[in-house]
Write a protein that binds this ligand. Structure first.
Ligand code: UN1
Length: 497
C-alpha cells in the first residue's frame, strides 16, 4: 500500500501544509482486513488551527473573481480525469465498493468539478424593477465565510465534491472532516487541489472522529455553515447544536427507499432495477432500494425473476473485475445487518434468499454478506421501516396503486423512490404523490446525477439539497442591493405616486 500511496501515515492538511497529528489509528481494507494506512485522530486544537487558517484565507479568496476561482475547479477536474484509475483503485481499497462502481463515483466527482466550475460564470442573482423612480434593485449571492463539511465513508469522494466544490466556487473557505474509515480520498483530493493552484488555507482537512473533530467544528463560532451527510442520530444532534447557535446547517441522513412494481410493469426490467439498486455497493447507499412494494398479482413472477438474477451476483474483493458485490465497510456494519435479518425473521417475514454472512473459505478476511431478499413483509415491520445499510430488501405485497403510494410514504424517511409501470397516468400521479426528494420512473432508486438537487423530505434531511445549483443556497447568503439615483430621499412604500 505504501508504494501506491507513498505514505503509511496520513497528515492533516492545514493552511496548505501537511501537519502531523497524534494519536493515529489504522485504516483497513474491508475486503481483506489488511492495514492500509494510519490516520490521525485529531481534536479541538487542530480544528482551531484549521478554522483560523480558513478564516484568514477566505478574506482574499472572496475577492478573487468567481470565474478565476472556477479555473481552479476546472484544473481539479482535469487532474481527477487523468488520475481516475488511481483514485478508483484507492477508493476500492479503502471503501470496498467494486472497481466499476468506484470509477462511477470518481466520475461523479469529475462531473461535479466541471459543473461547479461553470457556476463561476453564473452564480446568478436577479435584477428587478424597483418600486420607486430612478432606483435600481438587485440580489446577489455572497460567500458565507468558513464552512464545515462532514462527509461519510460510503461515497468518500463524490459527496465531498458535492459540498466542497460549490462552497469554494462561491468564495468560501472549507474545513473538512472526512470519515476516518475512508481518509485516502480526502488526502488525494487535497493534493489535487494543491496542484490545481488553490491558495493555501482555502481547503483544510482535519482527520478524526465525529465526537472530537466534528463536535469542535459544530461548536466553532467562526464556522458559519455545517453541511453533513451521515446517520440520523448524529444529524439530529448537529441540527440541535447548530440551532442553538443560529448556525446554518444542511443535513442528509439516509433513506428507506422503495421500488414500486405495478401489475403492468416490465418485470424483467423491474427485477434488474431492483437487483442493481438493492445490492449494488452492498446496499450501502443512502439511495439503496430496501423495500419493493409489489402488486400482489405479479409478486410471484417478480420473485422468480429476482432469484434468477441473484445467481449472477459474485461476491468478493472489488479489485477483481469479475466481482459484483464487495464487502461491508466493517464489523459493526456487518453485525447491524445480521441483527436486522434476525428481526425480519422474528417479525414474520419470509426469507427468500441469502440472510447470512458470506464465508470466504479463509482466503479473504473481510466482512461480506449475501444479498438477501425477504418476501411477504408488511409496512409495519422494522425491516420495512428502519435503515439497514446493507444488501437486504423486503417485498411488501399491495392490492393497488393507491396502497403502493401510501406504503411508500409511510416511512419516516423521504430520499428516493421508484415506480415501474407502463401506464402514463400512473407515472404522472406517482411523481406528484411520492413524498421523496428523488423519484425514478422505470429505473431503480439509485443513480442521481450531479446537476440535479440531491436530498429528501422528512427524516432524510432538513430541507436543503446537496449538488445541483441548489447546493449554492447552502453556501451563499443572499444580499439585496438598492441603488437610488434620484438624488433625493425616496421612502419605500410611502413615496409612491
Ligand atoms: C449516497 O448514497 O449517499 O444516487 C449517495 C446515487 C449516487 C449517490 C449516492 N449518485 O446512488
Amino acid at each position: 500500500m505504501t508504494t501506491i500511496l507513498q505514505t503509511d501515515k496520513l497528515k492533516n492538511f492545514i493552511a496548505g501544509e501537511w501537519q502531523e497529528a497524534n494519536p493515529t489509528v489504522a485504516v483497513h481494507n474491508p475486503a481483506t482486513s489488511e492495514e492500509i494506512v494510519h490516520v490521525p485522530l485529531s481534536g479541538k486544537k487542530e480544528v482551531d488551527q484549521a478554522v483560523a487558517a480558513a478564516k484568514q484565507a477566505q478574506k482574499e479568496w472572496a475577492l478573487v473573481p468567481a470565474p478565476q476561482r472556477a479555473e481552479v475547479l476546472y484544473e481539479v477536474g482535469n487532474i481527477m480525469k487523468e488520475r481516475k484509475e488511481r483514485l478508483s483503485q484507492l477508493l476500492t481499497m479503502e471503501n470496498g465498493k467494486v472497481l466499476e462502481e468506484a470509477r462511477g463515483e470518481v466520475q461523479e466527482g469529475i462531473d461535479m468539478a466541471f459543473y461547479m466550475a461553470g457556476e463561476g460564470r453564473r452564480l446568478f442573482g436577479q435584477t428587478t424593477p424597483a418600486e420607486l423612480k430612478d432606483k435600481f434593485a438587485m440580489s446577489q449571492r455572497c460567500p458565507v465565510g468558513v464552512v464545515g463539511i462532514i462527509t461519510p465513508w460510503n461515497f468518500p469522494i463524490a459527496i465531498a465534491t458535492w459540498k466542497s466544490f460549490p462552497a469554494i466556487v462561491a468564495g468560501n473557505a472549507v474545513v473538512w472532516k472526512p470519515a476516518t474509515e475512508t481518509p485516502i480520498m480526502a488526502y488525494e483530493l487535497a493534493k489535487i487541489f494543491t496542484e490545481a493552484g488553490l491558495p493555501k488555507g482555502v481547503l483544510n482537512v482535519v482527520f478524526g472522529s465525529g465526537a472530537s473533530v466534528g463536535d469542535a467544528m459544530v461548536h466553532h463560532d467562526d464556522i458559519r455553515v455545517i453541511s453533513f451527510t451521515g446517520s440520523n442520530d448524529t444529524g439530529r444532534d448537529i441540527a440541535a447544536a447548530c440551532g442553538r447557535q443560529l448556525k446554518k446547517v444542511s443535513l442528509e441522513m439516509g433513506g428507506k427507499n422503495a421500488v414500486i412494481v405495478m401489475e403492468d410493469a416490465d418485470l424483467d426490467l423491474a427485477a434488474e432495477g431492483i437487483i442493481w439498486s438493492a445490492f449494488g455497493t452492498s446496499g450501502q447507499r443512502c439511495t439503496a432500494c430496501s423495500r419493493v412494494i409489489v402488486h400482489e398479482h405479479v409478486k410471484e413472477q417478480l420473485e422468480e425473476r429476482l432469484l434468477v438474477k441473484l445467481e449472477e451476483l459474485t461476491i468478493g474483493n472489488g479489485l477483481d473485475e469479475s466481482i459484483k458485490i464487495g464487502p461491508i465497510i466493517n464489523r459493526a456494519g456487518l453485525e447491524k445487518i445480521k441483527k436486522y435479518v434476525q428481526i425480519g425473521k422474528e417479525d414474520g417475514a419470509t426469507l427468500l434468499a441469502g440472510g447470512e454472512e458470506w464465508k470466504t473459505n479463509g482466503e479473504l478476511k473481510g466482512y461480506f454478506f449475501t444479498p438477501t431478499i425477504f418476501t411477504d413483509a408488511n409496512a409495519t415491520m422494522r425491516i420495512a421501516r428502519e435503515e439497514i445499510f446493507g444488501p437486504v430488501v423486503s417485498l411488501i405485497p399491495v392490492k393497488d396503486f393507491e396502497e403502493a403510494i401510501e406504503v411508500n410514504n409511510q416511512v419516516s424517511y423521504g430520499l428516493s423512490s421508484s415506480i415501474f409501470t407502463n401506464d402514463v397516468n400512473r407515472v404522472f400521479r406517482a411523481q406528484r404523490d411520492l413524498d421523496t426528494g428523488i423519484v425514478y420512473v422505470n429505473a431503480g432508486t439509485t443513480g442521481a446525477e450531479i446537476h440535479l438537487p440531491f436530498g429528501g423530505t422528512k427524516g432524510t434531511g432538513n430541507g436543503h439539497r446537496d449538488s445541483g445549483v441548489q447546493a449554492l443556497d447552502v453556501f451563499t447568503e443572499w444580499k439585496a442591493i438598492y441603488v437610488d439615483y434620484s438624488g433625493k430621499l425616496q421612502r419605500a412604500q410611502i413615496d409612491i405616486e
